[in-house]
Design a protein around this ligand. Structure first.
Ligand code: PXP
Length: 254
């Protein structure tokens, strides 16, 4: 089975929103990512619309359809967003916790909290009843208690929050306990026929132990990819602009 890469392009929209311009284009980003081999596009429509806008969802969905690849729409269990998701009918929805004041999603859904559990359960049932063929993943921590609660829901996959693992890796701290937790999570989820996805904070380096240990079938990665693409693309952009200016030497005469 292919190990799949979903690229989260929220960060392209973050750059665009920072200046309020219509570039960088989220559609160009989606086209580039899929043309170059990614398996899906992931976007998070947040309540506060800090990066992805409603119109982006439709535009990116059209690109994914053109490539015959899935759109994975991340969202909180918020009524307004749920209706947008129903109207969009993406291939996948990943339900995540959402706090307005957070910089990014800070951890998995807390299913041990009964009110959260009930809200996530009813959102899953509603989405499944409204969108034919929809697949749902839940963004969760990898402990078995949480995964056991998740297995009661009508879901297709769990996306395990790898942010703490990735931070430990970057800080040169021991991360073996995360790997063994992920191994147990995979065994448990596989026994329940639930897919095992991963996401958050991963870099090319911190991805390696996860790949080497064959832990997940899908990875959703965004921030590092967009950051690294600066350095893999910056020199060409500067070179092109310098070459252009060299074609137009400045003269003191008109
Ligand atoms: N998966 C989920 C559920 C997320 O919330 C995010 C961040 O939006 C990602 C994956 C991608 O994380 P990162 O941008 O840190 O690679």
């Amino acid at each position: 089975m292919k190990t799949r890469l979903g690229v989260n392009i929220d960060h392209v929209a973050t750059l665009r929103q920072a200046r309020g311009e219509n570039y960088p284009s989220i559609v160009d980003a989606a086209n580039t990512v899929l043309r170059d081999g990614a398996d899906q596009i992931t976007i998070h429509l947040r309540e506060d619309r800090r990066h992805i806008q409603d119109t982006d969802v439709e535009a990116v969905h059209l690109v994914t359809k053109k490539f015959g690849k899935p759109l994975n729409l991340e969202m909180g269990c918020n009524d307004e967003i749920v209706e947008i998701a129903v109207a969009t009918a993406p291939s996948w929805i990943c339900l995540v916790p959402e706090k307005r004041e957070e910089k990014t999603t800070e951890g998995g859904l807390d299913l041990k909290n009964k009110a959260n559990f009930d809200k996530v359960m009813s959102t899953c049932k509603y989405l499944k009843s409204k969108v034919e063929g929809l697949k749902i993943s839940l963004f969760l921590e990898g402990d078995i208690e949480t995964l056991t609660l998740a297995s009661e829901m009508p879901i297709d996959a769990v996306e395990i929050h790898t942010g703490d693992y990735a931070r430990a890796f970057l800080n040169n701290e021991s991360y073996d306990s995360y790997l063994s937790q992920y191994k147990n999570a995979k065994i448990f989820l596989t026994s329940k026929k639930i897919g095992c996805h991963a996401g958050h904070g991963l870099t090319a380096e911190s991805l390696m132990p996860l790949l080497e240990n064959n832990l997940f079938e899908e990875y959703n990665i965004g921030h590092w990819i967009i950051c690294q693409s600066l350095f893999d693309g910056l020199s060409k952009v500067v070179r092109d602009m310098v070459n252009c200016m060299n074609d137009y030497p400045y003269s003191l005469k008109d």
